[in-house]
Design a protein around this ligand. Structure first.
Ligand SMILES: C[S@@+](CC[C@H](N)C(=O)[O-])C[C@H]1O[C@@H](n2cnc3c(N)ncnc32)[C@H](O)[C@@H]1O
Length: 468
């Protein structure tokens, strides 16, 4: 089984994409974004701090790996891949155990299908991630806080199918929403466009196809999306299993999907995907390098970091540049002041060197897989703003130098804390008398969880502990 299929034309020399636009790339570690990177074979190097950043050859294209600590980022993504594989293995073991016993015929059929699908999915992910050679690195424990814990390999995986299998109407609806604000703001050219949190990339692709665009760079934290996007832009196809949230029938509990661009005529020649990997909180681009910054479904993912993100977008644009934004306002921070409504977001933007030219809200279909009975509709807020002047909103959260200033709230810290807490509760319950079921029951009661859901978490933690 080959997960990725590429046309012949995608294999020769890499197309000149963002990896060739060195003047736009900057060291994510150095605050001075005027220090350009230079190329050394399969790496970029920073003239100032000398850090080397790999350029990954992926599906005939080149993807710069511009995380601030590149080796540590490999190690951390490797860890996340290992964790995913362990979860899939645990699922497979549980299904196998059930298959050993009596089952109603239809349940047996579904579990057999699920078993095959989980095995195939593990292989597909492995194949998709293979260009990154993640296993060659070990995570450096001193730098583990670097990548947001909330981002895993399979985060937002449904977006892959929405973008490249069944979601054409959704992408068109999202395009219409941004087109509305662009028209109201009288913006007809995107010039050099960068999409932050680009995901699998269908929406930026539509923008670059339909509006005058000089260069379209896609930036994201997740290497899986870079792998899928490079294959799509090369005119290839990717096979991946979709596990719908609420399968409409037994055969839809797991489906092999083939992701591809349907407009094959446009793909006689591969299009450079211009995908760059890194973290928006350490932007690896020069100041004022882009004419348009697009943030689809990103702002509310970073609650507590809104000012930092606004500052980062401001720095990417010259005066007169455009910030185009769309997505839900679904901030999910435990800190109430960070959960902004549209009016609050607009106010901050107006006070941060932008004038808001247009904004709009529309109800859109969202992740409506035809294989699932669970469908979402979202009221989506979009705006178009023009940069007027520079502001200094670095917003990086360093701990205060003194011992009396309250520590700033960081949603990632909360996530880490709750993870550690759960781990501590599970491990401290091991007393030589209790078994996994006893511990699971206690955890399920404490967190009001279904027994099966709690069992999965508890087993994962215990397995990891006993492996050490
Ligand atoms: C809700 S998804 C939206 C994806 C895409 N924009 C869309 O509309 O389908 C959020 C995206 O932001 C990316 N992301 C999350 N945190 C990030 C970070 N710190 N830096 C860069 N990308 C990030 C995720 O990998 C994901 O692709």
């Amino acid at each position: 089984m080959n997960t990725i299929a590429l046309p012949e034309s995608a294999h020769p020399a890499a197309p000149p994409g963002v990896a060739g636009s060195l003047h736009l790339l900057a060291c994510p570690n150095c605050r001075d974004k005027s220090a350009p990177l230079y190329r050394e074979n399969r790496h970029f190097r920073c003239r100032r701090c000398k850090t080397r950043y790999p350029v990954i050859r992926c599906n005939g294209d080149e993807v710069p790996w511009l995380y601030p600590q590149p080796a540590s980022a490999f190690g951390q993504w490797h860890d996340r891949h290992v964790r995913l594989s362990a979860e899939l293995e645990a699922d497979i073991e549980r299904i196998n155990n059930k298959l050993d016993g009596y089952l109603y015929p239809t349940t047996r059929k579904r579990l057999e299908r699920l078993l095959r699908a989980k095995r195939d999915f593990a292989r597909q992910i492995e194949h998709l991630l293979s260009p990154f050679e993640l296993s060659a690195y070990q995570a450096d424990n001193n730098q583990r806080a670097l990548l947001p814990q909330s981002q895993t390999i399979t985060s937002y995986q449904t977006n892959i199918f929405r973008d490249w299998v069944w979601g054409k109407d959704e992408i068109e609806a999202a395009y219409a929403a941004v087109q509305t604000v662009l028209q109201q703001a009288r913006v007809s050219r995107l010039g050099k466009l960068i999409t932050l949190g680009a995901g699998p990339g269908a929406l930026p692709y539509l923008l670059e196809q339909r509006l005058p665009t000089e260069l379209s760079v896609k930036f994201d934290i997740n290497p899986l999306f870079a792998a899928v996007n490079t294959a799509m832009m090369a005119g290839g196809s990717v096979e991946l299993i979709e596990f719908p949230t609420a399968p409409v029938n037994l055969n839809h509990c797991a489906l092999t999907r083939t992701c591809r661009l349907d407009n094959t005529a446009a793909y006689e020649h591969p299009i450079p995907s211009n995908y760059v990997l890194g973290d928006v909180s350490h932007m690896p681009f020069v100041d004022a390098g882009f004419d348009t910054v697009f943030t689809p479904w990103l702002v509310d993912l970073l609650p507590g970091q809104t000012d930092a993100l606004i500052g980062a977008v401001n720095r990417l644009l010259p005066a007169g540049g455009t910030w185009l934004c769309t997505g839900s306002m679904n901030f999910l921070s435990a800190e109430p002041s960070a959960n902004l409504c549209a009016e609050e977001l607009m106010e901050r933007i107006r006070y941060s060197g932008f004038v808001v030219k247009a904004h709009d809200s529309a109800r859109l279909p969202y992740l409506q897989s035809p294989a699932s009975a669970h469908h979402r509709n979202e009221r989506v807020f979009s705006f178009c703003a023009t940069k007027t002047h520079e502001v200094d909103l670095m917003g990086e959260q360093n701990p205060p130098a003194d011992a009396v200033t309250p520590l700033p709230v960081n949603p990632d810290t909360r996530y880490t804390a709750s993870n550690y807490l759960l781990r501590a509760q599970v491990l401290s319950a091991i007393d030589g008398k209790r078994n996994i079921n006893d511990i699971t029951q206690a955890i399920a009661r404490k967190y009001d969880l279904e027994f099966d859901a709690a069992l999965r978490v508890v087993t994962g933690i215990i397995k990891e502990e006993y492996k050490r």
